[in-house]
Ligand binder design. Sequence first.
Ligand SMILES: C[S@@+](CC[C@H](N)C(=O)[O-])C[C@H]1O[C@@H](n2cnc3c(N)ncnc32)[C@H](O)[C@@H]1O
Length: 489
Amino acid sequence: MPPLSCKVYTPVPLARALVGALGDGESAKWLEPSVGLGAFLQALTDLGIPPDRITAVDLETTACPTDRLANTERGTDFLDWSRQTSIRFDRIVGNPPYVAIRNLSTRLQASALMTTNLFGGGVPKGANLWVAFLFASLGVLKTGGALGFVLPASWDYATYAVDIKAGMTCLFADLEEHRSQRPLFDQVSDGSVVIIARGFRTGQTSWRRFEHPNRDFLIRCLELERHARTRTNERLVTSVRSQPDCHPLREVIDIRLGGVTGDASYFLLSESSRRRHKLPIECLTPVVSRASHLRGSEIGAREWRWLLRADERTWLFNPPDGCLGHHAVRRYLNIVQSEGGCERSAFKIRNRDPWYRTPLPIPCDGFLSGMSSHGPWVCLRVMRELSATNTLYTIRFRNARTKDEKAAWALSLVSEETRAQLATIGRVYPGGLKKYEPGDLGRIPVLAPARVIGAIAAYKRVITMLCAGHSSLAAETASRWLSGRIQFD
Ligand SMILES: C[S@@+](CC[C@H](N)C(=O)[O-])C[C@H]1O[C@@H](n2cnc3c(N)ncnc32)[C@H](O)[C@@H]1O
């Protein structure tokens, strides 16, 4: 008998959304490793998947009416079963039991601890049964297959989960994590994460994380993501490219690297370090220096001061000639490297004259990060003296003049049509981080906006959605606004 703490059943709407997010494939074989009362079997049947394509297992012996919706094996330990079976599955979906392995019967504990992961390691000491279920499921998943699990919050906070997450990002082409701030179940507070992993062993491309206030938002987001995928990228790409008013992004905006300091730890200062060094404001340039500094559709003095108050590194040490006599500036220039001074031998620094002045890009219309988890988007600049350094790019619109014109092009960049093109560019760095270089971005085709008036208000809404992790909803809203299907006042 499974422990009672294992018995929390997934609400059918959540099961449907998860099954939909994985999507069926031609004659795909499905597995539900801990079927319980059969919420996922119901969802699979609703999707039209016949019983002969579904295998279900549960330790519980009591039969359920939904058992007939699959080849159901009751009274079976899934972990043991996974080591014996020769069947391999295209899709594995479920809500595995959450119980500390040490609380299981001796027999089940032994079975759980015998489970190995694909890197040859075992189930970590002190882990929960869901870990063994995840490892055992990966052992019976076909190359190219997909897996969707409802998991407890320990996916996010348990020490042993850190390596599991890292391993998952290497094993799958696409890993989505959905976290709900409120529990996903009505009966218990555990269970707050959904993971969707696609493209098993087919290359490492993306890892996306979504935060949702509750289950309903999470379900809606899974549905929208599916919707966005099934309106195949190919169709969008073809339709965009065949439009007469479609331009490579480089014809619309000029993208440049932000100032390259050569030694960020010396040149970039927070307000507290500026005060500590008693540096006058005249020797500093206000900057944004990382993707997380871009938090809304535009950045003005108010938003920049929030960053300053949060003690982010938002000052660039960049003294003009008139400041060089100031004693604090002189002292800062003369700090030796071993005591926090500049690494003057660094390539970018030794080749410039004077060494302490970072060349900054010409005044710009906005900032863009090539490494944002939300894909590339423009944060419009409304603070005149603000510049960017390090990982951020600056952008200038080549022809757009008014604020609405600029926002309309920025909307086009985040629209569904443009997002569909992004799959074809971007470089993946260790850890799964995707980066878009200015040259790559310049090649993406973007549609000329069909409307402009009111674009600022629409862009504000869309970027709020994007920054909250609702990227599909944001892209869909941008497309709907641009094509005149919705209005914001
Ligand atoms: C959290 S419930 C989830 C049930 C179902 N997947 C759902 O989402 O509604 C976990 C299920 O795992 C089953 N279970 C516990 N240990 C098991 C094991 N070693 N092998 C197979 N099933 C097990 C329990 O009987 C229970 O039905």
